[in-house]
Write a protein that binds this ligand. Structure first.
Ligand code: FAD
Length: 396
């Protein structure tokens, strides 16, 4: 049996290690991650954990004993800095080298940053890790004013948490509606209304030109494109994520906004696989190459990679799904909606009960966004790709 090394100890890396053992792999498994923590779940970082409702340990995907019992050799707080494919050897930031027979890259993404004046000020933050939450906590613990740049999921989830903690919150978004990249106008309108009712100041269609700081180097405000300054004690930049694919690119693997993999998670080097947010693959279901950033994809693609590594080839072509919690609202998304030519809104968003939006292309269901309506979400996950009929999904 050979030695499989996994780079990146997040949702996907941990799942590959676990699934290798579940699949009966008897060789060595080494899991290397550059964070000081064992693998943990990130979704609560912008939800309950940020609100202070869960401890760090409760985020851990598995207790420490799990890795020991399953003979998963863990090396945390150390970064892989290079891959020597000819020697099948990794260089680590602590100067050591680690050899592999087969390698899995599960390096995730990192927040996109803005190269604008003042972006380096203390208090201009982004949110991806436990360390990021720790950096935000001191400000969140005292009354203040939080500015959020970007009205995507993470920005809006943080806005909801910050309001629940009693902060004044302003969200600045360059697009003319919230979550524009992923949801329909009806959904954006619903969430804009929700946030405004909860006291969030939403500035849509508003570009920023930088950040203003005080004499100690602490952020004091967000500067809008028109010169106005929006005062704040903390500025969260939540403008999307970029794949950590540089390690792969430097090793000569094919990358294109993500490490390119096939349906088995194999890269352009047959000894190297990749899984999770850092990958891009062709979806037969959607007829294009996609890069997903979700727990669903991290887990399911990791399972496909582990299956391929233990000889049980799969063709990974998922129905993507995702969720977002904002106040008492749970948004659940099944499928990918871009390219829709028609939407059906089932239920009344204004009534306060559950509703959903079905997205159709050529009469077929390609995605559904469910708001406090879990039944339609579960049914949509099985119905993606089918011709849309009135009884394909449940009534409101
Ligand atoms: P990650 O979990 O990011 O793990 C990658 C790991 O690799 C990281 O620890 C990274 O530091 C490490 N690494 C990178 N390069 C190296 C290197 N060279 N050497 C060593 N280690 C390295 N998804 C949902 O489905 N629903 C949600 O509600 C949701 N909410 C989210 C909220 C927040 C605030 C964030 C940040 C993400 C959220 N996501 C959500 C997305 C989800 O967390 C990710 O899709 C998932 O974590 C991806 O797993 P991954 O293993 O690919 O990457």
């Amino acid at each position: 049996q050979d030695r499989i090394v996994i780079v990146g100890a997040g949702q996907a890396g941990a799942q590959v290690a676990q699934s290798l053992r579940m699949g009966g792999f008897e060789g060595e498994v080494v899991l290397i991650g550059d964070e000081p923590h064992p693998p943990y779940q990130r979704p609560p970082l912008s939800k309950k954990h940020l609100a202070g409702a869960i401890e760090d340990e409760a985020l851990h995907l598995r207790p420490a004993a799990f890795y020991e019992q399953n003979r998963i050799e863990c090396r945390f707080d150390v970064k892989v800095t290079g891959i020597d494919r000819a020697a099948r050897e990794l260089a680590l930031s602590d100067g050591e080298t680690v050899s592999y027979d087969r390698l899995v890259l599960a390096t995730g993404t990192r927040p996109r940053t803005l190269s604008l004046p003042g972006a380096e000020l203390a208090g201009v933050v982004s949110l991806r890790t436990i360390a990021d939450v720790e950096a935000m906590r001191p400000v969140l613990l005292r009354p203040g004013r939080i500015a959020i740049v970007g009205a995507g999921y993470i920005g809006l989830e943080v806005a909801a948490v910050a309001r629940s903690l009693g902060h004044e919150v302003v969200v600045v978004e360059a697009q003319d509606r919230v979550m524009k990249r992923v949801v329909s106008p009806a959904l954006s309108a619903f969430f804009e209304d929700l946030h405004r009712k909860n006291g969030v100041e939403l500035m849509l269609g508003t570009g920023i030109s930088g950040f203003a700081g005080d004499e100690t180097g602490q952020v004091r405000g967000v500067l809008l494109a028109d010169g106005q300054e929006i005062a704040c004690d903390l500025a969260l930049v939540a403008v999307g994520a970029a794949p950590n694919d540089e390690l792969a690119a430097a090793a000569g693997l094919d990358v294109d906004d993500g490490i390119l993999v096939d349906g088995a998670g194999q890269t352009s080097d047959p000894a190297i696989y990749a899984a999770g947010d850092c990958t891009r693959f062709f979806s037969g279901r959607y007829g294009r190459s996609i890069r997903l950033e979700s727990v669903q994809n991290a887990i399911d693609q990791a399972k496909a990679v582990a299956a391929a590594l233990t000889g049980a080839e799969e063709d990974y072509d998922p129905v993507p799904w995702f969720w977002s919690d904002q106040y008492a609202i749970k948004l659940q998304i099944a499928g990918l909606s871009d390219g829709y030519d028609e939407t059906r809104v089932v239920g009344d968003p204004a009534e306060g009960g559950g509703f959903y939006v079905a997205y159709l292309a050529d009469g077929r269901l390609i995605a559904a966004d469910s708001v406090n309506h879990p039944r339609s979400h579960m049914m949509a996950r099985r119905a993606i790709g089918k011709p849309f009929t009135d009884d394909l999904l449940p009534a409101a």
